[in-house]
Write a protein that binds this ligand. Sequence first.
Ligand code: FES
Ligand SMILES: [Fe+2]
Length: 322
Amino acid sequence: MKPSPMSLRAPSREFPKGWYCVADSKEVKVEKLLPVSWLGRDYVVFRDTQGLAKVADAYCPHLGAHLASHDGCIKEGRVICPFHHWGFDTSTGKCTDIPYAKVIPPVSLTFYEVREVNEQIVIWYHPEGLAPDREPYQSDLLKEREWVLFDSRSWTSSAPFCDILENLFDTAHILMLHHAHETPKLGNIEELDYGLKVDYIMDPDKSDQPMKSLTCHISGITLLVQHYEFVGTEALFVFSFTPIDHEYFVQRTHLYLLNNVSPEVMENIGKEFVDRFVMEVDQDMEVLNFKKHLTKPRLCDGDGPILRFRRYSNQFLEKEGV
Ligand code: FES
Ligand SMILES: [Fe+2]
């Protein structure tokens, strides 16, 4: 079965406002242009000589050449367009150099608001072009402790974009779709400056349970960091969700394991974790890629706090979904 277009199953044709991952930190190098396409637009991503990540419009304001085409490059602090060699300052975006002109017109490359958090380069998007009204969540744990990047994955999905994180709050599907033995228990759901912090309740009577705690930090509805505490070690799961266009988005995940156990133990824990996770995402995608966003779902008492999530997520959407 082929899914009908996402745009026919989603409540809005506008991308939600928020911070969107455009590249992993390690992909972006000093004075090297990385062309990427997200949110129906083309960008170039690079680092300036200070190592600061920058994201600019891919198209030169002179005559629209793609800055990473042909031999487009960065030289001596300037992005050099391959077409007529106009040079744009990598700090300010201003055109500072035109080899064949006497007067430099006041023209600039469009730069976007960028943050580098959780080993990802994220940009701010607002449907009306307004400035950021919040900062994305930064995991201090990831910065301060020693982790091993155990696994990275990505999925391309045609699920209605605003429904992907709703999946965390739809606890009944864990039992039914994923065949878990019991429903995860969501505890405190707290709205903070970056978005939502969600704690799960673990059963203290289950001494055989390897997981001691799970906390989710959701930035807007586009980024997620999960912190797991197991007996003897910890894991951080960094997720991003970025639309390619109005039909598809990409879910990226990076699993970090605390570097406090032997490589064999880490391999065992990580493999079990990844196998279970990949199976569940594959199961989710087989349903989510075809589902429609219902603005008035008919819920029952066993469903999770789906409406609580929707009341929160509506603030990022152009049109109210519920
Ligand atoms: S199009 Fe870029 S310099 Fe002319
Ligand atoms: Fe799921």
